[in-house]
Ligand binder design. Structure first.
Ligand code: SF4
Ligand code: SF4
Length: 251
């Protein structure tokens, strides 16, 4: 395969999948746990890629066919990558290897994500930081987790954090602008003394269909909903997660 073939296939994959972590690109096009694409001295934006996949991605970005935007590290955890590096969402050189979790987008989606990031003032906080070894163990047993559709998480969780990529996906799904999506569905909250964005209406979540107990936006639900309960804190509202969520008792 020529590298242009690889680039074309990778470009199609990224354009069709919307917000793609390098962990997913690695699974589709070749991975290397030691591989990393950097964008400034010691700043890792795309970990886990083979040399060939990394070169194709760099060339796509250099050609303006693919762009990257910062994303919560939880998106990487969902794709099974738990990197043991300090995280920064600021693009500048660092003395030590530092991770700037990034998602890769088509030019059109990238413009929309950057608008969401501008309006929201940056990437959100995401759930509690997972110890990489604990995260890897959880990821390995995820097939044991069977959601019982009790609807508790969608009824009682508060806040339900929203990332710029969540807003972008939701806006596309609902067919309304990024600004309107934020105005209608997002609100500012304080988590651990820091500001973040979350779903405006909870208890229950505005997108819960109470009759069926199902999520009305399931294919486009926020990252934090995808991560629950697998990557959640071990306690919710002071209650052990395993007692709070029936699916979590397998953890
Ligand atoms: S609380 Fe747990 S079991 Fe109930 S719907 Fe949520 S994930 Fe599923
Ligand atoms: S967006 Fe969907 S999955 Fe997430 S809390 Fe609301 S109803 Fe539940």
């Amino acid at each position: 395969m020529t590298s242009e073939d690889l680039m074309r296939r990778m470009e199609r994959f990224i354009h069709s999948e919307r917000h793609v972590t390098s962990a997913r690109i690695a699974r589709a096009f070749g991975g290397d746990p030691e591989g990393a694409v950097t964008c400034a001295e010691n700043l890792v934006v795309a970990p886990g890629l083979s040399w060939e996949a990394g070169e194709a991605l760099i060339a796509l970005v250099a050609d303006g066919r693919v762009f990257w935007s910062p994303i919560t590290r939880t998106a990487y955890h969902l794709d099974g990558l738990f990197l043991d590096l300090p995280v920064s969402y600021v693009q500048r050189p660092f003395d030590e290897p530092t991770w700037l979790p990034a998602a890769f987008n088509s030019p059109r989606v990238h413009r929309r994500v950057m608008e969401a990031i501008r309006l929201m003032g940056g990437v959100g906080l995401g759930p509690e930081i997972l110890d990489p070894d604990y995260g890897k163990r959880l990821y390995e047993i995820q097939s044991e987790i069977k959601c019982e559709r009790c609807g508790r998480c969608c009824t009682l969780s508060n806040p339900i954090s929203l990332e710029p990529q969540d807003v972008e996906r939701l806006s596309a799904h609902l067919g309304i602008s990024i600004r309107k999506t934020i105005q209608r569905y997002a609100g500012r909250v304080e988590v651990g003394g820091r500001g973040a964005w979350a779903m405006k209406r909870t208890s229950p979540c505005i997108f819960l269909d109470e009759a069926s107990g199902l999520c009305k936006i399931h294919p486009t639900r926020p990252i934090v909903c995808r991560a629950f309960p697998l990557l959640s804190p071990r306690t919710v509202g002071g209650e052990p997660l395993a007692e709070w969520c029936p699916a979590a008792r397998y953890l």
